[in-house]
Design a protein around this ligand. Structure first.
Ligand SMILES: Cc1ncc(COP(=O)(O)O)c(C=O)c1O
Length: 399
């Protein structure tokens, strides 16, 4: 990986991206289910999240317009992840019970009378938000849950999961180590893994996680039909794949799709650089990289997300933490009549990527590739709010 600390930003223009990739049927099928929104609407206290138009910030950045889909208000979980976890659990239960369970109350009542399933433990590895979402679903369904987290997880994110009633296991190592640990523990104990990442032989549930994220776009699809550039932050790449699917297969206009990752935890970027049209090459980032963008601190791409990402993401960029903190402040100290938006370190990374593209001399070529200009309509997704409130306060109080 070399002397990454000295590098401000990197970019890779993907030669494999296509305007509308043709998807194999096992990849496409989960997205074609018409009932995803119907199910999400049946979750307790469901409300769609808002897409804000930030006029003052767009003026300040000298771009045409800036839309922010704000997932900081997703239930009281402050992150988008419940859309994937809940849908994947619903699909898994349907398969286990061999019946249609269109809405959440159907799941609850069927589970209550299923002697086999109502004792089963749900488990996953997480940097925070996905595990909290699985724990919330387990609580709603009265199932036990055990959630594995990397050793550098901050206490607020651990407490958020414990408060859902789940057991938390801190692994001595990184997110990838937590994934390895969850696989071993689930095998040993007969637990059900509900993972947002996938590996050989474990693909169905992560495919449903990716499909579940479509609700995020379908909630305000009318606003997303004239986007020129969408920036999406990636961890294992599930939300990147879902974004890429929506904007290549569903939206009327196909924007430039840009993946944003932390400099030293950029498995999608590294994999894109190494992949050729003849061969996929998923690169794992070794060790325990440090970044404040905890939700993006994943070492290995999801193998079911990758085929979509490989053929649909136009540009991969990596940014240092300073761009995430700048973005948090811009969203917090909104100008004029702009909506003030609470954004966590991973939530703000899409805007951080845009700031980097606008400001970094090293990214001039990337800027030109996507035609970023004062006429560009840009969409970012604030994927989380302040899930580490102490860090958030520190960032916004620091001048
Ligand atoms: C807030 C936030 N944004 C983005 C991501 C990246 O999602 P994915 O791992 O699907 O790429 C995560 C992952 O946990 C997250 O928590």
């Amino acid at each position: 990986m070399g002397a990454i600390c000295n590098i401000m930003c990197r970019f890779f223009a993907n030669p494999l991206s296509q305007s509308k990739p043709v998807l194999e049927s096992d990849i496409e099928k989960p997205f074609l289910d018409k009932n995803i929104m119907l199910f999400h609407r049946s979750l307790p206290d469901y409300l769609p999240t808002t897409t804000h138009t930030l006029k003052a910030l767009a003026n300040k950045l000298n771009i045409g317009s800036l839309l922010v889909k704000d997932e900081s208000t997703r239930f009281d979980l402050k992150a988008f992840k419940i859309l994937g976890a809940s849908w994947a659990i619903k699909c898994w239960l349907e398969q286990e019970l061999s019946m249609n369970l269109p809405e959440m109350p159907d799941l609850i009542s069927k589970l209550a009378t299923s002697n086999n399933l109502r004792q089963i433990t749900l488990t996953t590895a997480t940097d925070g938000n996905h595990g909290r979402a699985v724990a919330r679903m387990a609580r709603w369904l009265s199932l036990p849950a055990v959630i594995y987290m990397p050793s550098d997880t901050v206490s607020s994110r651990i407490e958020n999961i414990r408060n859902e009633g789940a057991k938390v296991v801190i692994v001595d190592g990184s997110y990838d180590d937590a994934v390895r640990q969850v696989r071993a523990s689930a095998d040993k104990n007969g637990w059900q893994i509900i993972s947002d990442t996938s590996w050989e032989g474990y693909e169905t549930i992560p495919r449903h996680v990716i499909a579940g994220y479509q609700t995020l776009f379908n909630e305000q699809s009318e606003l997303f039909q004239n986007i020129d550039i969408v920036l999406i932050q990636g961890g294992v790449g599930a939300i990147t794949a879902s974004t890429a699917y929506y904007f290549t297969q569903v939206a009327t206009k196909r924007p430039y799709i840009i993946s944003v990752e932390p400099n030293n935890s950029a498995c999608l970027f590294e994999s894109a650089c190494a992949t050729t049209h003849k061969e996929d090459c998923l690169i794992s980032i070794k060790g325990s990289p440090k970044t404040i963008m905890a939700g993006l601190n994943c070492g290995t791409a999801s193998r079911v997300a990758w085929p979509i990402i490989r053929n649909a993401v136009d540009l991969f960029i990596t940014i240092p933490d300073t761009y995430a903190t700048q973005a948090i402040k811009l969203l917090h100290f909104a100008g004029d009549n702009d909506q003030q938006i609470e954004s966590g370190e991973s939530g703000s990374a899409g805007l951080g990527g845009l700031l980097a593209l606008l400001n970094e001399p090293d990214l001039e070529k990337a800027r030109n590739t996507i035609g970023l200009s004062d006429r560009s309509n840009v969409l970012i997704i604030n994927t989380e709010g302040a899930t580490d409130p102490a860090s958030y306060r520190q960032i916004i109080e620091k001048l």
